[in-house]
Structures are given as structure tokens and as C-alpha cells.
Design a protein around this ligand. Sequence first.
Ligand SMILES: [Zn+2]
Length: 211
Amino acid sequence: MEENFIEHKELFEHLSSKQTPHTLFIGCSDSRVVPNLITNTLPGELFVVRNIANIVPHYRLVDEYLATTAAIEYAIYTLGIKNIIVCGHSNCGGCEALYQSDEKLSRTPVVKKWLLIIDHIKKEVLKDKDITPAKRAWVTERLNIINSLQNIMTFPGIIDRLKAGELKLYGWHYIIETGELYNFNSGTKSFKLLEKSINYDEIYSQIFTDF
Ligand SMILES: [Zn+2]
């Protein structure tokens, strides 16, 4: 910890009086999802919101889900961030919990209530009666990312900012075991693997300059 601090001493001194992050990163609370590692960024670059299953509630639900909605609101309207990344991930326990029995979820009634926000995704996925557990997980995680992107659109004035190019919105599916990132393409409505070039720094600098 101390070594980390010494390594970034000058940066922390520079950041001591204010933060000017360029990106709002919305990710799962999962311990394997490490925002700065995934994006190859330093302290001061990301404003981070994490919750179970990287869910963004509809803005109208603001009275119920204050912590997540308040953090997103603050990032957009006070910090004026330029990019929003919704980052879901493989093997997401939150998404999987959608399919657990009421008995199993009885120990975590608040988690159960939180997941009701994306209950419609479960209904959609289960329309495919023959779906395998692996495909079910994959599809649920991706529909959940798209759902969060759609709910970001419900925040006031967001669509105008996107149209004006003042804000960019990204949906990523992060694969834990390989480190791969699939980026949601809103035109084709599909996720496309971000090419792994020789070095990660290059990929991320491309992503961020593309923002
Ligand atoms: Zn998760």
C-alpha cells in the first residue's frame, strides 16, 4: 500500500485539492472486477460506481435506489464526466442469483429486492426453454448491460448530451478468465470483441482517445 502511494506520490499531490475524472465506470461489486486494472487508468481518472450486478435503476426510481442513482447523477451533472462505461462481467453471481430459489435468497431479502429491477431480463431469457446454464449466464449478463445503458438514457438531458457528442456511452462485457472485453455496438445490437493488439496500453489509449 505504502509502495503504491510512493509510486504515485506526485500524482496524489496533484490530485489533493480536486478530482477531474474523465470517465464514470459502473461495475459489479465482484472482487475480480478491478476498474483501474481493466481500463489501465490511474487514480483520478475514473469515478466509480459499483453495486451487485452493475445495475442502473431507471431514473424515476430515484426515491428507492438513492446510492447508485446519486453517484451517477453527481458524476454527470457535477463532475461533468465525458464517458460512461457500464461494465458487466462473466460468471456474475448477481445475474446468476436471478435464477436462485426464494428459499436460497431468503437470507438476503434486500439483494432479492435489488434484483427485481432486472427481473424482466430473467423472463426474457427463460423464453428459450432449452437454454443451457452457460448460455443463460452469458445472455443474462449481456442483456443486463444493455438494460443499464437504456436506464442511463432516462437521466435528464442525457440524450441531448449524447447527440451533441459531449458524452459517450459504452457497454462492456469483461471476461474474467481471459481479460477480454466485448464492446456493445448499438448499431448492430451486438457485442464485438475489442481486438487484443500487442499491448494493452495501446488498446486502452485507443479506446480512451476514441471517446
Ligand atoms: Zn457480478
